[in-house]
Design a protein around this ligand. Structure first.
Ligand code: NAD
Ligand code: UPG
Length: 447
């Protein structure tokens, strides 16, 4: 088939390369001149493991143009542009409207427009009414939400758990489903609005699992239980599943925060108060603040204290810093007067994110530079470099009281305490503090 893709971000470029690899002639429209220039030189303009090599192998079947209006005639055009949050949590559909408008004005009759961007339930039907029907050229609309994860995008594209296709006309839905047939994934054919809802329900439930386990971890700290064992025990029940039970400083990224807010907003707009989801969002917000509270207590205040934040991407394996807990924590610490040095092995902070770090926060080129002279370290992203760091050397480079907040529960707490650190994590108490907590509950002094 001849396939067009609008937007060459994490989703659009992976989809385009995946479809070219499956033998389709693929044309990609990218509006950002810097990204377009990189793509025309054969370079992936962001960090996604394995994608550069994959692009190299199929580049001959791909072309890159500057706008949706310049795409060649296509059987299917996938829309994969950004859908960021507006100020009240509503989805900002500016990029989507622009892309659909451009396609509606130029696509040849009979083209199928497939929406891979995450758009609120009801959006597809509205786009049909506003742009496709008035174009009068028999353009069909299909909702085709994407479920890939950053950092694992190539593998997720090749091995999807399911393909969801929402269509008003079976023929259009079939044409989109055909693009995925070779992957052998289960196919769910549904109406447009239900397909849109599948995407939000999936992300909201995953976010709910994370906030739930974080609340369990917070209670573990109070009763002296160990979250790692608790999560393992819970996950052994196949009805509950072991995935997304990693406690920590909460979810970030370009999807969960904005998609949970958008679903909450959509529910409210339709007159429904989605209490559970509102709580999930609030728990996630507080989980980040808890780090700052802990450091405030442990350091006897934050003004003038020196803190290193390790990890600025919202998770390992990506350079994406959108709504990253590390960035947010660095900003809060700097706002409270701490001198913050932040380090990440991969994340290239955009100018915007650099500003978000705030005036009291500075980015460093190495881990050693970030921790030198620091009184406390926060591990915000579980990069392998941090797991494997020479923590004895880190402790020597730091100043008292040698506090470490392991925001991803990725370090050996006992080992950290034996190196002299005061170790905090989420839902874990180790060494001296665990003994003290157990003794206090038993009503006897700690030996
Ligand atoms: N990032 C993910 O892991 C992921 C996974 C599943 C779904 N999604 C959803 O997919 C959509 C895209 O996400 P992303 O992370 O790939 O976004 P992104 O911001 O990385 O990429 C979007 C790209 O579209 C380009 N663009 C915008 N308007 C355009 C236009 N009119 N013509 C041509 N190019 C245009 C932008 O310049 C940008 O490069 C979002 O709705 C997101 O919620 C993202
Ligand atoms: O047990 C867990 C699992 C994840 N996280 C955090 O949750 C966030 C999101 O992680 P992940 O889901 O791996 O990353 P994304 O790339 O944002 O992918 C999510 O968002 C995409 C965009 O909608 C969807 O396509 C994917 O299916 C969905 O997993 C990150 O900050 C993680 O640190 C936890 O705190 N605990």
């Amino acid at each position: 088939m001849h396939v067009g893709v609008v937007g060459a971000g994490y989703v659009g470029l992976v989809a385009a390369v995946g479809l070219a690899a499956a033998g389709h002639d693929t044309a990609v429209a990218e509006a950002d001149p810097a990204k377009l220039a990189a793509l025309r030189e054969g370079r992936v303009p962001f960090y996604e493991p394995g994608l550069q090599e994959w692009l190299d192998s199929v580049a001959a079947r791909m072309t890159f143009v500057e706008s949706a209006g310049s795409l060649p005639p296509c059987d299917v055009v996938l829309i994969a542009v950004g859908t960021p949050s507006g100020p009240s949590g509503q989805t900002d559909l500016t990029q989507v409207r622009q892309a659909v408008r451009e396609v509606a004005a130029t696509a040849r009759p009979g083209t199928v427009v497939a929406m891979k961007s995450t758009v609120p339930p009801g959006t597809g039907l509205e786009l049909v009414r506003a742009y496709l029907e008035p174009a009068g050229r028999d353009l069909a609309y299909v909702s085709n939400p994407e479920f890939l994860r950053e950092g694992k995008a190539v593998d997720d594209w090749l091995h999807p758990d399911r393909v969801v296709v929402g269509a008003a006309e079976p023929g259009a839905g079939e044409r989109v489903a055909e693009l995925y047939r070779h992957l052998g994934a289960p196919l769910l054919m549904t109406d447009i609005t239900s397909a849109e809802m599948v995407k939000y329900a999936s992300n909201a439930l995953l976010a709910t699992k994370i906030s739930f386990i974080n609340e369990i971890a917070n209670v573990c700290e109070l009763v002296g239980a160990h979250i790692d064992d608790v999560a393992r025990g819970v996950g052994m029940d196949p009805r509950l599943g072991s995935h997304f039970l990693q406690a920590g400083i909460g979810y970030g990224g370009s999807c969960f925060p904005k998609d949970t807010r958008a679903l909450d907003f959509t529910a409210a707009l339709n007159g429904y108060s989605f209490e559970l989801l509102t709580a999930v969002i609030e728990v996630n917000r507080r989980q980040r603040i808890r780090v700052v509270q802990r450091l405030h207590e442990a350091l006897g205040g934050l003004a003038g204290r020196s803190v290193a934040v390790l990890g600025l991407s919202f998770k390992p394996g990506t350079d994406d810093t959108r709504e990253s807990p590390g960035v947010e924590i660095a900003r809060m610490l700097a706002g409270a007067g701490a001198e913050v040095r932040a380090y990440d092995p991969v994340a290239r902070l955009s100018q915007e994110a650099e500003q978000v770090l705030g005036p009291g926060a500075r980015r460093t080129a190495t881990l050693a530079e970030a921790v030198a002279g620091a009184q406390a370290v926060v591990v915000a992203t579980e990069w392998q470099e941090f797991r494997e760091a020479d923590w004895a050397a880190v402790r020597r480079a730091m100043e008292r009281p040698w506090v470490i907040f392991d925001g991803r529960n990725c370090l050996d707490g006992e080992a950290m305490e034996s190196l002299g650190f005061t170790y905090f994590a989420v839902g874990r108490q180790v060494g001296r503090r665990r003994q003290a907590a157990v003794a206090a509950r038993a009503g006897r002094p700690c030996e």
